[in-house]
Write a protein that binds this ligand. Sequence first.
Ligand code: BMA
Length: 298
Amino acid sequence: MRLNLVRHPESPLLYPNPLHRWEAQNVFNCAVTEHNGLFHMHYRAQGVDFISHIGYAVSADGLHWNRLEQPVLAPHNGREDYRGVEDPRITLLDGQFYMTYTAYGDSADTDYYPMIARSDNLITWSDVGPLERRRNKDHILFPEKINGRYAILHRRQPDIWIGFSDDLIHWTDHSIILSPDPELEWQNKSIGSNGLPIKTEHGWLLFYHGYGQKHIYRHSIVLLDLNDPTKVIHRPTTYIIEPMETWEIRGDVANVVFSCSNNVVGDQLYFYYGGADRMIGLATAPFADVVEFARRGE
Ligand code: BMA
C-alpha cells in the first residue's frame, strides 16, 4: 500500500505580503496548533534582507487566515542577527506551549542552534534555552513525558536523533533513531523530523523529510514504539509527497516541500508545508489511510 497526499483545492493558502517588510519575500514552513476551537499558525517569514522572523495567523477553519501585522518572534539573542529565527514547531506540554525553532547565526563555529521557547498564549515567547550548543535543527518535543522524562527529536546531520531530559534544560541519552537509507535515492543524503509526533494505539507516527543528490525535498512516515520511541516498528520506503506544483518547484529554493506541521483535523490529516521556501500550502489524506501506511505501507 502507498499513500499520496492530495493538495487542497484552496492551496496555496498564504503568500508573502509586500506591505510588511519582514514578510515581503517569503512565507513558508509553519506550525499549526488547534486549540480551543481555533487554528493558530506560526510561520517562517523573510523580508528583502532574508532575515527570518516568526509570524502568527489565526483561523476558524484551518484554511482562511488572519495575520498579525508584526512578527511574534524576531532575532533576539545577538547570534541570530545574521539569518534570524526559523522553522517553528509547536508542542502543548504540561499546559504550556513550547516552540522549537532554529536560531541562525553567522559564525562558522556556532552557525545554527536548536532553541526551545515557552508561551502561555502563543503570542509572547520566552526562551527556555538551547537543546545543545552545536549545529542542530529539525527538533520537536514529544507532547507527553515518556517513562517519566521529556523527550525530543532532533537532527545532527544526516540522522534523526532522540534525547531525554528531566527539566527541559539539560538533555542527555542522545541516540540515533533513523538514518538516511542508502538504498533510497530520494533520501540517501539527509533526513529530519517534521511536525509533532502523533500518538496512536499502534505507536508514534513520525513524519520526516529527506533528500538525495538532487536536493529534492520529499516526505514519508515512520512508526515508532509507544513506550520506547528509539525503536522503529515500521518504515515504508516510498514517499507521500514531493514537489509537483509550479510554486513548489520554483520559488526561493527550488524543489522543496517542507513541513513543520501534521495535524489530525476530524478524520483527515492536514499536512501544512512550505512550497519552494516561498508560500504555504496544505495537503490532506484520510487519517485512517495514514495510519495504515505507517503500519504496513510499502
Ligand atoms: C532546510 C531548512 C528549511 C528549508 C529547507 C529547504 O535546511 O532551512 O527551512 O525549507 O532547508 O531550503
